[in-house]
Design a binder for this molecule. Structure first.
Ligand code: FAD
Length: 644
């Protein structure tokens, strides 16, 4: 016999735990099903022989949402912060070089050549427009800065967050803040500076943290709160819907089958598992989910006697550019960052191998991985003996790759699941893989379930939410660029002026040509949409008399164009977001792209691949949302237009 709950969440990683926790706190009768014997998913801490091994994340960035959750769970006293000034190293030309994380360090560093330094100096003075289509991180860095910056700094940082390939990762999906900065300000540095001003009050920098007894402290506390609402060892095998529109979930528990039933279902599993569970119910979403690639990563922790390591280990650890030819992607010096990681006179280091650029290495045997990591570390750190302890965890599907087309895949997923009222997805493939981003997404899904359950109009308007968390390495990159501008000395300004003058003509020409190219491409697309008789014209009427009406054209195959003049800039670090409001009153609004007007108030939004659902759509609406957009409406629409 099936037991019924008001919400069922499948998957007790940090995303599912955060979602279920928020639901239970709001009074919902929630059941969280987890296939493993213990909750936490990728987050797992192991104490063995006096060492504290982290088999997944080694630390995480203390975002406001995560801090709030930690406070709520009364875990603040357990928190340990990494030394904020711990240097990060890059392995270049056979040695560890301090990664330049401040403007003076960047200028002084011999890591980067003058062409790169000049490209950074010039950036705030050049107005550029990002291409209309998706752009890879590698193309972005080469277009705006230099190949050296990509190879020596950005590439290793990207592999530190995504274990990814910068030639394939989408800038817009993986680092929306950077894309948005160029989009709105024409300069990444100026845009990030403006965004940071409106986002982080002075002195509130995200810190890199862990817990005294390991990262698992967080997932254990969430599980403890959930109590009997968490069922481990329950492997969901099938999902269907019954005649009362409730979800029927079949699970295997202790080799027997058990059924659960609920009007709301949250899938908080990796994308591939969600794809297999949704194959019957939402085939289009399943198809898009299955296209999200994951990079495999092997986590290899090695412990040594302190006396057997020549290097001072005075820092966070090091990252390895691919050109260095090592298999190690990076190494964290755990015992230099947090207390309780190793017994007295010992050190603990954790290496990452594999990733999107070297996937086969993650499948090596444990002993080969230990040998490989030890062999590569030996000359770098001056190791004099074999490790005294080790631990290997190979994650075959470790980190989702926000590759080119990722936002289109997410839009296709959202559009398909919006047709099934009560169905929700969360996980690390939505807002970033960082723990903080998973917590925020899980909480936002819980919130949208609460709103749906309330079904009250007022519930649509909520207090402003914090922006999605910025992973630590992005933050470092942002800080480099931001502080760089702030510290710019008079001499540098003078130098900038000279450079700007001598290069102004060429830059202006390039910018003009780029703009013309962009405009031409957009105009071509607009013209096709405008002239095709199958195009539907929609007036988006402003709810507020101070705002102008917008015009929209929708062609189910070619795209949606929304345009307007004299549109005021949204307040703070917010953007306009376009929504497709379904005819089915039970279905949720489908989120589409976000945009901001340009400096002259010209608003032009082009959705290249609209969901093929014009017939099922009642109207278009535009709301103001946090930068990067939301999965569910957080404010009342300010423009609405019916599709007739
Ligand atoms: C090696 C590594 C290092 C990382 N380092 C960092 C870092 O330093 N900082 C940082 O912020 N982030 C880091 N991350 C990213 C972060 O840890 C993850 O993105 C995050 O923990 C993912 O959480 P999740 O809940 O979305 O997914 P998961 O942790 O994968 O949880 C999904 C859960 O679903 C369960 N499940 C699957 N199928 C079923 C089923 N059929 N029925 C029931 N349950 C099911 C699984 O058992 C699992 O518990 C790292 C990730 C990896 C792999």
């Amino acid at each position: 016999m099936a037991t019924t709950h008001s919400v069922i969440v499948i998957g007790a990683g940090i995303s599912g735990l955060a979602c279920a926790y928020a639901l239970k706190k709001s009074g919902a009768d929630v059941l969280l099903l987890e296939s493993s014997p213990s909750p936490g998913g990728i987050i797992h801490s192991v104490k063995d022989g006096g060492f504290l091994f982290e088999t997944g994340p080694q630390s995480f960035s203390a975002t406001p949402a995560l801090n709030a959750l930690i406070n709520d769970l009364a875990l603040s006293d357990e928190l340990v912060a990494a030394p904020p000034r711990a240097p990060r190293y890059i392995f270049v030309n056979g040695q560890l070089r301090s990664a330049p994380l401040s403007p003076p360090a960047l200028l002084a560093s011999s890591l980067l050549g003058w062409p790169t330094k000049l490209s950074l100096l010039r950036e705030p003075f050049r107005k550029t427009v990002p291409p209309l289509g998706d752009e890879s991180i590698a193309d972005f860095v080469r277009r705006k800065f230099s190949p050296d910056l990509l190879d020596l700094l950005v590439g290793p940082f990207v592999s530190g967050i995504y274990a990814g390939n910068p030639e394939k990762l989408s800038l817009r999906a993986a680092f929306p803040q950077i894309h948005e900065a160029e989009q709105t300000a024409g300069s990444v540095i100026r845009g990030l500076k403006a965004a940071a001003k409106s986002k982080n009050p002075p002195g509130q920098k995200p810190t890199l943290v862990s817990f005294r007894n390991g990262n698992e402290t967080l997932t254990q506390a969430l599980s403890h709160f959930l109590g009997k609402s968490l069922r481990t060892g329950a492997h969901a095998t099938q999902i269907s819907r019954n005649s009362s529109n409730q979800f029927e979930i079949t699970t295997t528990i202790d080799s027997s089958s058990a059924q659960f039933r609920s009007p709301h279902l949250v899938l908080a599993t990796p994308a591939q598992i969600a794809a297999s569970l949704l194959r019957q119910l939402a085939p289009a979403a399943a198809q898009a989910l299955s296209q999200i690639e994951y990079a495999p990563v092997a986590v290899v922790s090695l412990a040594y006697r302190r006396a057997d390591v020549a290097h001072a280990l005075n820092g966070f650890g090091f990252l390895v550019p691919r050109a260095a030819g090592l298999r190690i992607l990076g190494t964290v010096w755990n015992s230099s960052l947090f207390p309780n990681r190793a017994p007295q006179d010992h050190v603990l280091l954790t290496c990452f191998l594999g990733g999107a650029t070297d996937p086969d290495t993650a499948s090596l045997s444990n002993s080969s991985l230990i040998d490989l990591a030890h062999r590569e570390l030996t000359p770098i750190l001056g190791l004099k003996a074999q490790p005294v302890a080790s631990r290997v965890t190979a994650h075959r599907q470790a980190i989702p790759q926000y590759n080119l087309g990722h936002l289109d895949r997410l839009a296709a997923i959202q559009s398909d699941i919006a047709k099934i009222p009560g169905l929700h997805l969360t996980g690390n493939y939505f807002r970033g893989p960082a723990v903080g981003a998973c917590v925020e997404h899980g909480q936002s899904v819980a919130e949208s379930i609460r709103i749906n359950a309330d079904r009250s109009e007022a519930a649509v308007s909520h207090p402003e939410k914090p922006l999605p968390g910025v992973p630590f390495w992005v933050w470092s990159a942002i800080v480099v660029l931001l502080v760089f501008t702030l510290y710019t000395s008079r001499e540098t300004i003078h130098l900038n002026k000279q450079i700007a003058e001598t290069t102004a003509q060429a830059n202006a020409e390039i910018a003009k040509r780029n703009q013309l190219k962009e405009r031409f491409a957009l105009a071509q697309r607009e013209a096709i949409i405008l002239t095709d008789p199958r195009t539907v014209k929609i007036t988006l009427t402003a709810e507020n008399e101070n705002l102008p009406d917008l015009k929209a054209m929708w062609h189910a195959k070619l795209g949606i164009v929304v345009a307007g003049q004299s549109v005021p800039m949204p307040q703070g670090n917010r953007t306009f977001q376009l929504w497709l409001i379904p005819k089915d009153s039970d279905a949720r609004p489908i989120p589409s792209l976000t945009w901001r007007p340009d400096a002259e108030g010209k608003f032009l939004l082009l959705v290249a691949n609209p969901p093929d659902a014009m017939e099922a759509t009642k109207s278009l609406a535009i709301t103001e949302e946090p930068a990067g957009g939301s999965q569910a409406l957080t404010t009342k629409p300010i423009w609405v237009g019916a599709i007739i």
